[in-house]
Design a protein around this ligand. Structure first.
Ligand SMILES: [Fe+2]
Ligand SMILES: [Fe+2]
Length: 160
């Protein structure tokens, strides 16, 4: 990032990086949670859910990429040690249910992950509104997507 790009950041840069890293790890874990659920689940509605999960899993990976770009712009580095993703994350990881036909549990757990992301991103949007507008924008974009994701799963749950 250039001189002026750095100058407009009024927030504490290491704090911004640490918030971004938390989100980055959450996105990776969500990516994996949805992906592994997609390959694991089976039953009558499996194909519909599998498709949605795979698609959403890709969106979460794109989110991780956006966050990684901002982390690097600010002079930080993404989590390079895969084993550290869990300890860096804020929302943690919920494995898919042992029973691959338990859609209700699967969807409820996904909604929990989305809820956690919505709460965190919403706080971040407020936190960086005036002190780091670029980071603010990144969180705002992600927040919009997670709000949509939550709705998608609530709708599915209502139909089960
Ligand atoms: Fe996401
Ligand atoms: Fe999401």
């Amino acid at each position: 990032m250039g001189k002026t790009g750095r100058e407009i950041v009024k927030a504490n840069v290491s704090e911004v990086i640490s918030d971004l890293l938390k989100a980055y790890s959450d996105e990776w874990l969500a990516h994996y949670q949805y992906w592994v659920a997609a390959v694991w689940l089976k039953g009558v509605d499996a194909d519909t859910f599998r498709q949605v999960l795979m698609e959403m899993s890709q969106h979460e990976l794109k989110h991780a990429e956006k966050l990684a770009k901002r982390i690097i712009q600010l002079g930080g580095k993404p989590v390079l040690d895969f084993g550290k993703l869990l300890s860096t994350s804020g929302c943690g990881y919920i494995p898919p249910p042992e029973d691959p036909t338990d859609y209700v549990k699967l969807i409820k757990d996904i909604i929990k992950a989305e809820e956690c992301a919505i709460k965190f991103y919403s706080a971040m949007v407020e936190k960086y509104r005036t002190t780091d507008v670029v980071t603010h924008e990144v969180f705002e974009e992600l927040l919009e997507d997670e709000v949509e994701d939550e709705q998608t799963w609530e709708d599915f749950l209502a139909k089960l």
